[in-house]
Design a protein around this ligand. Structure first.
Ligand code: 6CS
Length: 313
């Protein structure tokens, strides 16, 4: 039989690479086939999630950036400066986090989803039409964010006017001036040519892009133990692969952006410049506890314990 798997990016972007590896592993170790649906073939993130919940799709990759309304606790990934900038610590967190492996799965299960994995896609960077060195520079800037209430709050705290939009509308909205900024990992800014419609790239170090892969729960629960093992092994192999795949990807992508558009400014904010952005974290965290669902406190506490463990402390 054929299992259908949709994701939010193109085939040669990070989620597509992950999905291709997952497919390869499943097909090498079972008689099942996996059919891949990249961004645009079945709709926006919200559409593919609905299709996975209803069982039209067996697998879906949807980032917490779009899962906020469904699972309010998943908004925790938008508390700025919560995840570490250090790649080894970040990977260790994703591998070992009790929040991810034990606390989140029941929350996804309530929505008819079997959470298979979460993985990082890279440092999030801002691209804007005017240079950004401080929250004041974001004043009056209509800044596109994913449709996640806490991400909206975090950009409000950064001084911007957050504008939640599905991905498919972002390029056009920048082109026509409806918005003047957006954030994404470098590989995605490069592959989707966001640099064509913005002029300044800013690294505030405030986040890493997290994504999640899920199966329809009824489908998953109905599988034989053997098939469940095939899926779990494919998930683990694809996780290792996608971490390895991303080695050097961020800096290579920044270089490609600069080569494609030499006049694009690339600015890594200094610790001093980051300070006012970092100062917003406490208020955004408080907001998370307010709007992050009944398990918000438990998730945040566990995340912090997991992050401390990943930091070796
Ligand atoms: O900004 C977005 O909406 C998209 N960014 C990435 C890196 N992946 C998918 C998502 O839709």
């Amino acid at each position: 039989d054929t299992w259908r798997y949709a994701f939010e990016e193109a085939m040669e972007e990070v989620q597509g690479k992950y999905a291709q590896k997952f497919k390869e592993e499943v097909e090498a170790n079972s008689d099942h086939e996996v059919q891949l649906f990249p961004f645009g073939t079945l709709g926006e993130s919200a559409d593919i999630m609905e299709q996975a919940q209803s069982g039209i799709l067996q697998f879906v990759d949807q980032s917490p950036g779009f899962t906020g309304a469904l699972i309010p606790e998943a908004q925790v990934f938008f508390v700025p400066y919560l995840l570490p900038a250090d790649q080894d610590q970040l990977v260790s967190f994703f591998r070992n986090s009790k929040a991810i492996h034990e606390l989140f799965p029941p929350l996804y299960a309530e929505q008819g989803l079997e959470l298979l994995t979460m993985f990082p896609e890279g440092e999030v960077m801002m691209t804007t039409t005017e240079a950004v060195a401080s929250p004041e520079d974001l004043n009056e800037v209509k800044f596109r964010v994913m449709t996640n209430p806490l991400l909206v709050e975090s950009y409000k705290a950064f001084g911007a006017t957050p504008t939640p939009l599905p991905w498919g509308e972002v390029y056009g909205a920048l082109q026509t001036g409806i918005i003047q900024g957006q954030e994404n990992p470098a590989f995605f800014i490069e592959s989707t040519k966001m640099y064509e419609v913005t002029d300044h790239l800013t690294r505030a170090g405030h986040n890493n892009f997290t994504t999640a892969v899920m199966a329809n729960k009824e489908f998953f629960d109905g599988l034989s133990d053997e098939d469940k093992t095939v899926i779990q092994n494919a998930t683990a192999a694809a996780f290792d692969y996608i971490i390895e795949y991303q080695t050097g990807l961020t800096e290579e992508s920044v270089e490609k952006i600069q080569a494609a558009k030499p006049e694009m400014t690339v600015t890594t904010l200094t610790e001093e410049q980051r300070a006012p952005f970092k100062a917003t974290a406490e208020a955004v965290e408080a907001k998370f506890l307010e709007i992050g669902g009944s398990q918000a406190q438990a998730i945040l506490d566990q995340m912090k314990a997991d992050l401390a463990a990943a930091a070796g402390g």
